[in-house]
Every structure is written in structure tokens, then in C-alpha cells.
Design a protein around this ligand. Structure first.
Ligand code: ADP
Length: 240
């Protein structure tokens, strides 16, 4: 029997009277790229926040690599191997790109120090295409470069699961192609990825399977091409 890397069962989250996530179940297989789709307000970011521990669930269970993680603190979940990026980029603007990545490394179980930390951080910047700007303050980087930096910082945790919250949003066509290429490379390296994404070109290029949410519930799940052709899915996206 193969067990999924991430197993989400009957996950629930209410904010006061509002059910943001109302009993969501899905699994993510090792090495897979799973798209989490749905209109604005359907509960996608809340679902990511529940998986990463930023929010406590009102009900349900989350297993990562066979271990229950719901109810654990975000840093425990990060150390277990779950990293994420945020919809609004959160780099430390006054620190250099290189230092930002080293801060990310400090959060993992086996932090690196000194020259080893610096070399590893440089290698991560190289991987995301930021090495030439390693010494620039993060706040002076362009939008796409801040996104690259945020990705490098997430990778600094040496995650086994990467959660990307609209990481490709707001990029121009050239940047989008580069961004898709970068995620493809991570996937080739064996990283398991969940991406919340509205950019359909990216969803089609990257996602093996998709889960579509609507009003906090799972509307559809399956292979990307099939899900995107599902009339119920087309319906919730109409007018977008
Ligand atoms: P999506 O990511 O699909 O756009 P969200 O998960 O951000 O959706 O939001 C789902 C619903 O939960 C929305 O109605 C949103 O207004 C509500 N919501 C999200 N976060 C909070 C919060 N911290 N407090 C109250 N309501 C929230």
C-alpha cells in the first residue's frame, strides 16, 4: 500500500458564523503537483493556512507522511517538512537576499552555520535565478525577484511538501514562463507541490491533478484536463 504524503480528511474551519472550509478532503501523492482551484472566497488560502498550521482547524484531520499534524504549531509543521509561500510576498526588506535565505534556514531542524550556511544560501539563490542579486536588500528587488526570494526561503527549509499560494500571480508573460520552468525543475527534483493558482496556463502546464473548491467545499477532483473540462467547474469559473 502506498500512503499519500499529505492526507486531508473532513477539514473544517469557521470564522464566527462563516464556514470558510466546510468538510474538505483530498490527498497529495509523493512527487505530485496538485492544483487547488476555485473562485475567490472559496476557501483555498484558508485550506493552505490549516495545512501549514497558521490557522487551527475547527474539525477534521491532517496527516503528513503518516503523522497527524493538525493542531501542531506552524514551526513544528515546517520542521516536519512543509514549507509555504504567501499570496502577499513577505521578505525582510532591509536584509540582503542572501541573509533572507539564511533566516529561512535557521527555522529547520538541522540549521547550517557560517560558511556552510552561506554556500547553501547562495546555491538556493542560484537555483531560483537570484544569485547575481544576492547582496541587494530584499526591499530593492523587483516583484518577481521578491517572489523568487520567497521561494528560495521556503526551499531553505529543505521541505518535502511545498505550498505555493498564487506564486505565479501578477507576472508578465516572460516571467510567467520562467516561473513555470522553475516549478517544473523543482518537481523534476522530486518535490511534492500544492499550488493555489488562478493562472490557467500554469495549472495546465504544472498540475497532475486538481481539487476545485466552491464555497468551502470540494466541487471536483481528478486529472487536470478532466477537471477543467467538467461542466460544474466551467460554471463556477464563468464570468471570471
Ligand atoms: P480563497 O483563498 O479561495 O480566495 P479564503 O480562504 O481566503 O478564500 O476565504 C474563504 C472565506 O473565508 C471568505 O469568505 C473569506 O472572507 C473568509 N475568511 C478568510 N479568512 C478569514 C478571517 N481571518 N476572518 C474571517 N473571515 C475570513
Amino acid at each position: 500500500m502506498t500512503t499519500a504524503l499529505l492526507e486531508v480528511e473532513d477539514l473544517q474551519k469557521s470564522f464566527g458564523g462563516l464556514r470558510a472550509v466546510g468538510g474538505l478532503s483530498f490527498s497529495v501523492q509523493r512527487g505530485e503537483v496538485l492544483g487547488l482551484l476555485g473562485p475567490n472566497g472559496s476557501g483555498k488560502t484558508t485550506a493552505l493556512n490549516l495545512v501549514s498550521g497558521a490557522l487551527a482547524a475547527s474539525g477534521g484531520r491532517i496527516h503528513f507522511d503518516g503523522r497527524r499534524i493538525d493542531g501542531q504549531a506552524p514551526h513544528h509543521i515546517a520542521r516536519a517538512g512543509v514549507a509555504r509561500t504567501f499570496q502577499l510576498v513577505r521578505v525582510l526588506p532591509g536584509m540582503t537576499a542572501l541573509d533572507n535565505v539564511q533566516v529561512g534556514m535557521a527555522f529547520r531542524t538541522a540549521p547550517a552555520f557560517g560558511a556552510a550556511a552561506r554556500d547553501e544560501a547562495m546555491a538556493l539563490l542560484e537555483r531560483v535565478g537570484l544569485a547575481p542579486r544576492a547582496q541587494l536588500p530584499a526591499g530593492e528587488l523587483t516583484y518577481i525577484d521578491q517572489k523568487r526570494l520567497e521561494l528560495a526561503r521556503a526551499l531553505a527549509l529543505r521541505p518535502r511538501l511545498l505550498l505555493l499560494d498564487e506564486w505565479l500571480a501578477g507576472l508578465n508573460p516572460t516571467e510567467l514562463r520562467q516561473g513555470i520552468g522553475l516549478i517544473e525543475a523543482l518537481r523534476r527534483d522530486g518535490l511534492t507541490i500544492v499550488l493555489v493558482e488562478h493562472v490557467m496556463e500554469a495549472v495546465r502546464a504544472l498540475c497532475d491533478r486538481c481539487v476545485v473548491m466552491s464555497a468551502g467545499l470540494r466541487l471536483a477532483v481528478g486529472r487536470t484536463a478532466e477537471v477543467l473540462a467538467d461542466p460544474a467547474v466551467v460554471d463556477v469559473y464563468l464570468g471570471r
